[in-house]
Design a binder for this molecule. Structure first.
Ligand code: UTP
Length: 288
């Protein structure tokens, strides 16, 4: 079965990037000239996704405005002859079918995904974490979708994480199937040093079967009171229903300050309009 639907959880509180995320959702913070969530929606659309559900909460209506028409702005751009910019802005309202649902309590990523149950129905679906931007010529979620379509199992996007950071991520037990594809037989969220299974962690993307919803319904909150998606995916892994792909692409964690800066610098350096000037500026800075 083809994957057509995607869920973007974007209802977190973004406490690691306060005060920037106090009134502006962290998913709307820009990388140069585009909000993070636009990169994510474009990645999904390029991969063949036709329907997206964004999980939002209070104060996230800016996300809805971004993917809608802005009649005054569009008229102004047209009347002043800025046709290319007009077309770019107007096209944001038609990237694909985007719907929204509110997560009424911030009870964790697992709880956010559970809010997508009626949207998803009985199809496999992609999950793109709203604060993980992945830049890749071959869109990351498309790489996972191809693994799902080949093996018919749940798939997580994985990458190795340095030893000193693994306790802030998840850790996976894996067996290599071929090149960058693995069977995932176990996983643990935010492991203690004794619990670490490997340096592979889930970074920002997965493709899940609707079976995960029944598991999430029965998943108790973890130590921090949140329902962890990893805990539900662990059940699938333990039953031999989970694979992983070490996807190609650079992932930027827009949920922390360093990740935001890395994204802005690297995307800025490659930017068609300001890249050359920005590189010259950085060079000048490093000489001074
Ligand atoms: P994070 O744990 O990185 O987001 O969740 P957070 O809770 O906003 O982070 P901090 O610790 O407070 O800085 C990963 C993704 O899941 C979403 C977030 O918006 C983010 O895109 N999320 C998280 C939800 O949609 N609902 C939640 O209850 C928690």
């Amino acid at each position: 079965m083809k994957v057509r639907k995607a869920v973007i959880p974007a209802a977190g509180l973004g406490t690691r990037v306060l005060p920037a995320s106090k009134a502006v959702p962290k998913e709307m913070l820009p990388i140069v000239d585009k909000p993070a969530i636009q990169y994510i929606v474009e990645e999904a659309v390029k991969s063949g996704i036709t329907d997206i559900l964004v999980i939002t909460n209070r104060g996230k209506s800016l996300i809805e405005d971004h993917f809608d028409h802005a009649p005054e702005l569009e008229e102004k751009l047209l009347s002043s002859g800025k046709t290319a910019l007009y077309e770019e802005m107007a096209s944001l309202a038609h990237l694909c079918n985007i719907q929204y649902v509110r997560q009424k309590e911030t009870k964790g990523l697992g709880h956010a995904v559970l809010c997508a149950r009626s949207f998803v129905g009985d199809e496999p679906f992609a999950v793109l974490y709203g604060d993980d931007v992945i830049i890749s010529p071959d869109p990351a979620i498309g790489q996972l979708m191809r693994v799902y379509e080949k093996y018919g199992k749940n798939v997580v996007g994985i990458k190795p994480v340095p030893d000193h950071l693994i306790s802030s991520y998840s850790s996976l037990g894996v067996n290599q199937v071929c090149c960058n594809i693995y069977n995932v037989y176990d996983m643990v969220e935010k492991p203690t040093p004794e619990e670490v299974l490997s340096n592979f962690s889930i970074l920002g993307r997965c493709v899940l079967t609707p079976e995960v919803f029944d598991i999430l319904e029965d998943t108790p909150p973890s130590r921090n009171g949140e329902i962890q998606l990893t805990d539900a995916m662990q059940v699938l892994a333990a039953h031999g229903k989970m694979m992983g792909i070490e996807y190609e692409g650079t992932r930027y964690d827009m949920g922390n300050k360093l990740g935001m800066l890395q994204a802005i610098v690297e995307v800025g350096m490659a930017h068609p309009e300001i890249g050359a000037d920005f590189r010259a500026y950085l060079k000048q800075l490093s000489i001074d």
